[in-house]
Write a protein that binds this ligand. Structure first.
Ligand SMILES: C=CC1=C(C)c2cc3[nH]c(cc4nc(cc5[nH]c(cc1n2)c(C)c5CCC(=O)O)C(CCC(=O)O)=C4C)c(C)c3C=C
Ligand SMILES: [Fe+2]
Ligand SMILES: [Fe+2]
Length: 342
């Protein structure tokens, strides 16, 4: 059978580091109601305000990490796509981005024109959030509906606690941990607390968004609570690596706007760790499967400066899974058991 495609989907990047391209990308990204979850008039107003200064700042940041072949996120995702093709024998392996190019619309239309009727859709996010997983699935469904494409989906489920993903994380990080370190910080992308509260309120309105551990969280809450899923990933990783309590901690990065985001903030932890006398800090970012502006610039550049200003000496960024062979194998196994949608 060669008519069953695998479609990897990541977030996407601006077309270039030009301010106009960054503004176009940020506008598409932030006007997504799953990302800025306000009614349209308020969303339009808030995003327009963000677009006054942010595009120039972000363009500068993108320019500092951009590669000759393009955005690291896209280049690394292409490498993963190429590596996956050797494992996925049921049909083509394609890559789409939720924002920017290649769009879900263009890739799904091309697959349908080639006669592909089954697609395993793989949102490349280990932990579930409406602003990442849900928006990919809904956009893919919208394209199929509006273009009347004869495509049926299987969908890769969030894999934050799956042994294949955790083993791949352990394999890719092990050489860095073996070199020795004073502390390991697992920095996940943040999320406004409101995004989680609205999902858990019908299940457990008292769910604690400050807890230090995912222990005792019910399966129902765990299924929708991004923060608990991040904690669960970190705890399982620490157990696999035999880390002692106090040797590692979790934080959340990339806060945007004035809303309350999930804590502790990575910025705060970098200051604390530097002041507490940590000299060699390892940072890994398990919410990202590919290195991107958030890992390379926010942690690798700005995070390092901040850590050193607080008294730290070395900050080593553990690369994301990218196209690590263990991850390629793991992703193939996870995708092979993705449930078919009705
Ligand atoms: C890993 C999961 C991610 C979640 C959850 C997420 C939520 C989220 N992000 C923003 C705002 C921005 N994120 C930006 C970059 C970015 N975000 C993710 C992943 C998640 N985002 C990735 C992989 C990237 C990198 C893109 C790249 O091209 O390298 C940016 C753009 C960069 C910048 O200007 O800082 C913004 C803005 C919100 C508001 C949000 C949840 C509500
Ligand atoms: Fe983001
Ligand atoms: Fe960021």
């Amino acid at each position: 059978m060669t008519d069953h495609a695998l479609l990897l989907v990541n977030l996407g990047s601006p077309a270039s580091t030009q301010v106009a391209d960054v503004r176009r990308y940020l506008n598409q990204f932030l006007m997504d109601p799953y990302v800025v979850d306000l009614p349209w008039p308020l969303r339009r107003l808030l995003v327009s305000l963000i677009l006054v200064r942010r595009p120039a700042q972000s363009a500068h940041a993108y320019a500092s990490i951009w590669w000759e072949q393009g955005s690291p996120l896209i280049v690394l995702s292409r490498r993963l796509q190429a590596a996956m093709q050797a494992h996925w024998t049921q049909g083509p392996v394609e890559l789409a981005m939720r924002y920017g190019e290649p769009s879900l619309d263009s890739v799904l239309s091309r697959l349908a024109a080639q006669g592909i009727e089954r697609v395993t859709l793989a949102p490349l996010y280990p932990q579930f959030a409406d602003s990442t997983t849900t928006t990919v699935i809904e956009e893919a469904r919208r394209v199929v509906r509006t273009r009347k494409l004869p495509i049926r989906f299987s969908i890769l489920q969030p894999f934050f606690d799956q042994p294949e993903y955790l083993d791949a994380l352990a394999d890719s990080a092990r050489p860095y941990l073996q070199q020795g370190f004073d502390h390991l910080l697992l920095s996940f992308h943040g999320l406004p607390e409101r995004h989680i509260r609205k999902l858990v309120k019908g299940i457990d309105p008292q769910h604690d968004l400050r807890s230090a551990s995912s222990e005792g969280v019910s399966d129902e809450v765990l299924a929708v609570c991004y923060r608990s899923q991040c904690l669960r990933t970190a705890e399982a990783f620490a157990a696999r690596m035999g880390l002692r309590p106090g040797q590692w901690s979790v934080s959340f990065q990339s806060r945007l706007g004035k809303d309350k985001w999930i804590e502790p903030y990575t910025e705060t932890r970098l200051d604390e760790l530097g002041r507490q006398g940590v000299k060699k800090l390892l940072v890994m970012c398990p919410a990202f499967v590919a290195d991107c502006i958030e890992t390379l610039e926010e942690i690798g550049d700005r995070g390092l400066e901040q850590f050193q200003a607080a008294g730290g000496e070395r900050l080593e960024l553990v690369p994301c899974l990218n196209d690590h062979p263990s991850w390629v194998e793991a992703l193939n196994q996870l995708c092979a058991r993705a449930p078919q949608q009705i």
